[in-house]
Design a protein around this ligand. Sequence first.
Ligand SMILES: Cc1cc2nc3c(=O)[nH]c(=O)nc-3n(C[C@H](O)[C@H](O)[C@H](O)COP(=O)(O)OP(=O)(O)OC[C@H]3O[C@@H](n4cnc5c(N)ncnc54)[C@H](O)[C@@H]3O)c2cc1C
Ligand code: FES
Length: 245
Amino acid sequence: MKQSKFIIRENTAVADHVYRLVLDGDTSEMKRGGQFVDLAIHGFFLRRPIAAQKWDSESMILFYKVVGNGTDVLSRMQAGESLDILTGLGNGFNASACKGKALVVCGGLGASPAFTLVKELLLCGHDVTVVLGFNKYDDMILADEYRLLGAEVHIATLDGSAGTKGFVTDVIASLENDFDYFYTCGPKVMMKAVCNSLDIPGEASLEERMGCGCGICYGCTCHTTKGAKRICADGPVFKKEEIIW
Ligand SMILES: Cc1cc2nc3c(=O)[nH]c(=O)nc-3n(C[C@H](O)[C@H](O)[C@H](O)COP(=O)(O)OP(=O)(O)OC[C@H]3O[C@@H](n4cnc5c(N)ncnc54)[C@H](O)[C@@H]3O)c2cc1C
Ligand code: FES
């Protein structure tokens, strides 16, 4: 983990209440897709955890949704302003757990943390199918970016305004069932349905309200089949069989 100052390069609305934040700074602690950073936002005692979509040696990109006061203040910040950020938090997805064809299932903002994972899987030579679920077309993010990476992309929207009308599980049921491993990230109810519908091994990225964000306060503890675990430090990614929904 590293605490450092980042300068905002871009902070732009890209979907309904969703912003793309491009930050310049030291990303040396970022190692795996699915890791997150913890942003200090002026006026708030607790930092706000946000997953990284991707990064290079001197910049990173986050996608965030305005859901409350902290993210609202963040959405009003301008290029040139600075943010104090803890980087390199959490374990991230384990790309090497996949030995064959990968299925990556994301809901809403969950499309962001899975992006670097998909890039890693494709670089390792795996076939990757990505299923992205949104409430509506206006919520859709990153579909074209996933296609440009080289993944096979399927979309589900609840109102049918893009792709299949329905849930990600409806899309999964329509695919040939030849996957070896799955990864999922998004709303808890969606990830539970995905885990229950697939009889292959996989992993899911959990979320919880966080205090310290780095393993000290135990505020994010959840019960797993392997005992109590801190989502920030032992996760946020857990194997399917460890998760008690
Ligand atoms: C590991 C991790 C990665 C995350 N990655 C992203 C991301 O990539 N993009 C993104 O938009 N958001 C992400 N989140 C959620 C994000 O941290 C919260 O939306 C944010 O902290 C809300 O701050 P706020 O001050 O705007 O809202 P608050 O005023 O604090 O809360 C507003 C509402 O959001 C709910 N909420 C707040 N924090 C969380 C949380 N951690 N988990 C679930 N519900 C929460 C509250 O219960 C409340 O209903 C992530 C959370 C975790 C734990
Ligand atoms: S938020 Fe403090 S231990 Fe996880």
